[in-house]
Design a protein around this ligand. Structure first.
Ligand SMILES: *Cc1c(COP(=O)(O)O)cnc(C)c1O
Length: 376
């Protein structure tokens, strides 16, 4: 493989595969609107590049979803004109920028409502808000019983347009279906109460990736996929779609040495060579998101062969036992996440070794890992 970069690790991100994943989701949910979740730098894939690509693609994205103001501003400054939902809400001091950048905040308190209204009037704009309901996540949102009076109050305010109502599942993997269904019933009842009072809201949404796959009644009229767009499932069972992970991580071999049996490798000497061994040092470490938990547990792929991590993962480097791959050379690239020569190691497997979930592995890929985008 010829990779021209001075970086020690690269992330190759296939935006065409991203579009294919999205297209599969579209077909699967039928005629529902889609909010593409691109928070946390699009789960480490690059929010600007991902959003620009999707925005220009044939697929229709109703909204992009980010967590914080800065993420929304970054998308606007990169020329994204589509509606953007701020999923965490509207701190008072951010109201003016939220209106100025035409961002749509999630709202769940009267204080944010009134500052948003004031700013909207001042800038002669309308701010589109989505009302958040806490149906059991215990994180953000109004109790269902307070939603009607909140919306009636919002409707009295100038400059405020209620565009959506949403809630969020406590089980991102839907492990407890019964609890998830209770949450779904709570949002549906809330919508029914609004309906009875003559209040119709354009977008009703609750479904994250797991619910997109496994809880069709939660699709309502808009779905909020994140993880699945990047090619992963948070659910143990087989997913009904053939999603493709869109990011592969490769790391450069910085050094190779032959060591005799009994030689210790890395901090704390937790790995002792049991035989004469070839040890390669590669340029990725915990500062790049390759977790310390992968010490003596992780596996990489060198020339199509699985090779185990030897000893503790360091900040910038990791050692691997390449005794079975004697032709590996300094300057070669090994696959840390991805597929090579019939072997594959994807982020969900790395997550298991590190005793976490694929979300954390993907979001954790640090800024030193150079992103390279495949678009044609
Ligand atoms: C992150 C997030 C999502 C996306 O969840 P996935 O499991 O990645 O699909 C949806 N909704 C909200 C409110 C979120 O914070």
């Amino acid at each position: 493989m010829s990779i021209k970069t001075s970086a020690s690790s690269i992330a190759e991100i296939d935006l065409r595969a991203l579009e294919t994943n999205l297209h599969q989701v579209e077909k699967y949910v039928g005629n529902k609107e889609i909010l593409a979740v691109v928070k946390a730098d699009a789960y480490g894939h690059g929010a600007v590049q991902v959003s620009q690509y999707l925005s220009k693609s044939k697929r229709h994205i109703t909204l992009f979803g980010v967590a914080f103001l800065e993420e929304g501003i970054a998308l606007r400054e990169a020329g994204i004109n589509d509606p953007i939902l701020l999923l965490t809400g509207c701190p008072e001091e951010q109201a003016s920028e939220i209106v100025q950048y035409r961002l749509s905040p999630v709202v769940y308190d009267l204080c944010s409502l009134s500052v948003l209204s004031r700013q909207a009037v001042k800038l002669e704009r309308k701010v589109h808000i989505h009302v958040k309901v806490d149906t059991g996540m215990g994180r953000l949102g109004l109790p269902p019983a307070e939603v009607l009076s909140f919306i009636e109050a919002a409707n009295q305010l100038e400059g405020i347009e209620i565009e959506g109502i949403l809630s969020h599942f406590a089980y991102a993997d839907l492990k407890e279906q019964a609890f998830s269904i209770k949450q779904l019933e709570a949002i549906k009842n809330t919508i029914a109460v609004l309906d009875k009072n003559g209040i119709k809201i354009r977008y009703c949404h609750m479904a994250n990736s797991a619910a997109v796959f496994h809880l069709a009644p939660a699709h309502l009229n808009l779905v909020r996929p994140g993880l699945m767009l990047y090619g992963y499932s948070s659910v143990e069972e087989k997913t009904p779609l053939a999603l493709q992970p869109i990011m592969q991580i490769k790391s450069r071999v910085l050094a190779i040495k032959k060591v005799s049996a009994g030689t210790s490798i890395s901090y704390g000497r937790t790995f002792i060579a049991q035989r004469e061994s070839l040890i390669a040092t590669v340029g990725i470490g915990y500062a790049d998101g390759y977790s310390c938990a992968l010490s003596n547990r992780g596996i990489m792929i060198a020339q199509g062969q699985p090779v185990p991590v030897a000893g503790r993962v360091c900040m910038d480097m990791t050692m691997i036992d390449v005794t079975e791959v004697p032709s590996l050379k300094v300057g070669d690239w090994v696959t840390v996440i991805g597929a090579e020569g019939g072997q594959s190691i994807w982020a969900d497997r790395v997550a298991k070794w590190a005793m976490t979930h694929p979300y954390e592995v993907l979001c954790g890929i640090g800024p030193r890992v150079k992103r390279i985008y495949l678009t044609v």
